[in-house]
Design a protein around this ligand. Structure first.
Ligand SMILES: [Zn+2]
Ligand SMILES: [Zn+2]
Length: 123
């Protein structure tokens, strides 16, 4: 059986990676990385303790990172471990934020914005 490439959850273009967890095309992944860099700066500026000082909110193992439900609220975070972060899925506003960013930078060529990306969310 031929493996199908996932459509990018933001713009619907095919995702280059065949990994089942790959969610973004190259353009959108770059935009997400950009958003995350901005958030990281705000977390550092707010002097939040490193997430490894906490236990994972979901499973109680040592946390490794902060998890965002909304990137628009960069300081509303919960410490989680890597596997729980993956299970939680992308931030609920990441598609909106990246779509806005693509529109701003004119990188919408070939994009078919996906509205139905709720299936990627943790129920
Ligand atoms: Zn995309
Ligand atoms: Zn965990």
């Amino acid at each position: 059986m031929k493996r199908q490439r996932n459509p990018c959850i933001v713009c619907g273009r095919p995702v280059a990676s065949l990994l089942p967890i790959a969610r973004y095309c190259g353009v959108c992944r770059a935009a997400v990385a950009d958003i995350r860099r901005g958030i990281h700066r705000q977390i550092q500026a707010a002097a939040l303790p490193h997430p490894s000082e906490f236990d994972c909110s979901d499973c109680g193992k040592p946390a490794t990172e902060y998890e965002h439900r909304y990137y628009a609220l960069p300081l509303e975070v919960e410490p989680v471990c890597t596997s729980c972060n993956l299970k939680r899925g992308p931030a609920l506003d990441v598609v909106e934020l990246v779509q806005a960013r693509l529109a701003m930078t004119g990188k919408t060529k070939g994009a078919k914005p996906t509205k139905d990306w709720s299936k990627y969310q943790v129920k």
